[in-house]
Design a protein around this ligand. Structure first.
Ligand SMILES: Nc1nc2c(ncn2[C@@H]2O[C@H](COP(=O)(O)OP(=O)(O)OP(=O)(O)O)[C@@H](O)[C@H]2O)c(=O)[nH]1
Length: 694
């Protein structure tokens, strides 16, 4: 293998030897002594690619920015649109497929329908449309994308803008870079063959998810295949009676929801583990709701049947309350009694999984270009970015070029779940791959494309797009529900309800679901008693739902996550108000509202009974502040017990106006004496907020 010295390579790249040594160490994990050390040719090629890649991206961004400054600036176009709006308040949409008479008189040859590939620059797009660039940029702005004349836009963005210009648009086969996402294509395809099911294990904490995954792996992998210990790469495949099953081996619903939140639904079947001595618990219920929301079939593993307290029939009874009626009782839910510990029923369970898979007729074409999803990824010091990919269609081979989210690469090496080097992997097979330019994000899709240059070009175009669209992700919120429905962005309003008692949930659920109209369906996808938790927020993120709390509050982690993910969380004390708000939001009549602003959180650390006054709390301000005039609510285990005002606020013996975070205080609450150690007092004020005008 040929080699190049550090100083030679540095010269070629126009950087100093010292800079190159740092890059070698930090980005590739290659330690070299000095400028005379040698670098393998393959490594040198990768470094060159990395550095030129970076320069090209920067150059592309700079060109885009420069273009925006030249003809015409986006801001100018935007201002023009605004002034047009003022002079001409009603814009009549053009009839689809018909040319505008203005167009006719000026003699522009506007097209009725055009074909483009996966990506196109704004300028080329305008040429194809036969429209002035200004007009195209305007249409793009109306579809929510700010793009300069030389910036590349993808097919989807172009399609939206074209629709605004009443031009129909098709993907051209020749210009397409090879991303074949069209599901319909597969249906027509004659090459479909059976593929293994992809299974996730879910269930309540300690019900035995990990033990079951281990039991399956040990029973089936080590016994049948030489090689022994399985590496954890996020997924593994087992064989039963010549049939394969792929397990995603991160148990629990976090992984499942995280994937769905990124739009990746990879699980075909869920094994729901329920401990026979414990029955259905809150996380079992959550898992059931996750599966229902994702429309994934469940096979129930009733675990721990070796335990003296095991009661299989009781579990089946409880399952019926969630609409899962076992087969023996005339339903269609398969329940298999197992013991992960005593290794009972494992084969039965796997057979039932295969049976369920057979009913689903899972098929894929293994002869096409590979596509699939990233299961796990990490940066390995020595080997660079590593990713576990689950192939979903086609066959992935060593040497293939792939685009993964906004990273790319050429597969240098591929390993199976036993760390055995392999050359190719077909549908439903997980593989660990080497050769990506960066660490991809779990849940991202990958696509094989024709060559590495194409992969890189597309990855860079995606990065630019990501930057320009960073702000504009669509999240459902009551404030702009109406406009989202009108624009056809959503047809369903999924809601998660958390409340202090089951009775309120039932009442709220009934009233809310009755609000459904032809245009928008209101659907409660999950409900539960207790505080709003992080899991509720991640389910909301994954399902684009809003969260309604009735007499309960989000805990700290949930509040932080909701803010980060921009999930709309609304809390109410009166059912009527909740129903009224949603009804108003659906018809675009949500009025300016009074919004509460949290001032601070205070923890009760001791209580004293004083006969003339009642209960006094010794408390500590955890965050923000509390003031004498604050409105307050007393929260115990996430549930609101009372909402009222303070009767007194003291520091030592003195009455004070406010106490800040980090200080202790004494307080009593108006007409409320049941204060206990550990209670949280939330101080807030009400402020009027303007809602978005429609
Ligand atoms: N007797 C008995 N114990 C079991 C069985 N399966 C699991 N356990 C025990 O139950 C406990 C919890 O099992 P895990 O596999 O860690 O449960 P998990 O659902 O993965 O728990 P988390 O990962 O914490 O959510 C462990 O102490 C296991 O040894 C079983 O079939 N029988």
């Amino acid at each position: 293998m040929s080699k190049i010295r550090v100083y030679e390579l540095a010269k070629e790249l126009d950087i100093t030897s010292k800079e190159l040594i740092t890059i070698l160490k930090d980005e590739f994990g290659i330690e070299v002594k000095n400028h005379m050390s040698v670098v393998e040719d393959e490594d040198a090629a990768l470094i060159k690619e990395l550095l030129t890649g970076k320069t090209e991206t920067t150059a592309a961004v700079e060109t885009a920015v420069a273009d925006e400054k030249k003809t015409p600036s986006i801001v100018e176009v935007y201002e023009e649109i605004l002034s047009e709006e003022v002079n001409k308040p009603v814009i009549k949409p053009k009839k689809k497929g018909r040319r505008d008479e203005k167009d006719e008189s000026e003699g522009t040859s506007a097209a009725d329908s055009i074909e483009i590939g996966d990506f196109i620059t704004v300028k080329d797009f305008a040429d194809k449309l036969g429209k002035p660039v200004n007009e195209v940029i305007k249409a793009l702005i109306f579809s929510g994308v700010m793009a300069g004349i030389n910036q590349e836009i993808d097919f989807e963005t172009a399609a939206k803008a074209a629709a605004k210009l009443s031009v129909s648009i098709k993907k051209s086969k020749e210009e397409s870079l090879g991303i074949e996402e069209d599901e319909a294509e597969d249906l027509e395809d004659m090459n479909l063959v059976k593929r293994p099911p992809i299974v996730t294990v879910m269930g309540h904490v300690d019900h035995g998810k990990t033990s079951l995954l281990d039991a399956i792996r040990k029973a089936k992998v080590t016994e049948s295949e030489a090689g022994g210990i399985t590496q954890h790469i996020g997924a593994y495949t087992i064989t039963l009676n010549g049939e394969k099953i792929t397990f995603l081996d991160t148990p629990g619903h976090e992984a499942f929801t995280a994937m769905r939140a990124r739009g990746a639904q990879i699980t075909d079947i869920v094994i729901l583990v329920v401990a026979a001595d414990d029955g259905i618990m809150p996380q079992t219920e959550e898992a059931i709701n996750h599966c229902k929301a994702a429309n994934v079939p469940i096979v129930v593993a009733i675990n721990k049947i070796d335990k003296p307290g095991a009661n299989i029939e009781k579990v089946k009874q409880e399952l019926t309350e969630y609409g899962l009626v076992s087969e023996e009782w005339g339903g269609d839910t398969i329940c298999v009694p197992v013991s992960a510990k005593a290794k009972i029923g494992i084969d039965d369970l796997l057979e039932m999984v295969l049976l369920t898979a057979e009913m689903k007729e899972l098929k894929a074409d293994s002869n096409r270009r590979a596509t699939g999803t990233v299961i796990e990824s990490k940066l390995d010091k020595g080997r660079g970015p590593l990713a576990t990919l689950l192939v979903q269609k086609g066959t992935l081979n060593v040497g293939d070029s792939i685009l993964v989210g906004s990273t790319y690469g050429r597969i240098r090496a591929m390993f199976d779940d036993k760390q055995k080097k392999i050359k190719s992997a077909g549908p439903s097979i997980p593989v660990e791959v080497l050769g990506l330019s960066d660490v991809p994000v779990a849940g991202d899709k990958f696509h094989e494309v024709k060559d590495e240059k194409t992969a890189r070009g597309m990855a860079e175009a995606r990065k630019i797009k990501e930057r320009s669209q960073l702000q504009s992700s669509v999240r459902v919120s009551l404030e702009d529900l109406y406009s989202q429905v009108k624009e056809g962005k959503i047809q369903e309003l999924p809601i998660i309800i958390k409340a202090d008692v089951q009775g309120s949930i039932e009442a709220l659920k009934g009233s809310l679901e009755k609000l459904s109209t032809d245009e928008i369906k209101v659907r409660v996808i999950h409900n539960g008693v207790g505080a709003i938790t992080e899991t509720d927020i991640s389910l909301a993120t994954a399902s684009n739902a809003i969260v309604i709390g009735f007499n309960v509050r989000p805990d700290n982690n949930a509040a932080a996550l909701a803010e980060k993910e921009k999930v709309d969380v609304k809390t109410y004390r009166i059912i009527y108000n909740a129903v009224d708000d949603i009804r108003a939001a659906m018809i675009g009549m949500l009025m300016p509202d009074i919004k509460e602003v949290i001032q601070g959180r205070v923890e009760v650390r001791a209580t004293y009974k004083v006969s003339a006054i009642g209960t006094i709390a010794g408390a500590y301000v955890l965050s923000g502040k509390i003031t004498r005039n604050s409105e307050i609510r007393l929260i115990r285990n996430g549930i609101i017990l009372v909402e009222t005002k303070l009767a007194s606020l003291k520091r030592f013996k003195d009455d004070v106006k406010e106490v800040a975070a980090g200080y202790e205080c004494g307080l009593s609450i108006e007409k409320f004496n049941d204060i206990r150690e550990g209670d949280i007092i939330e101080a807030f004020v009400m402020e009027e907020v303007k809602r978005n005008k429609l």
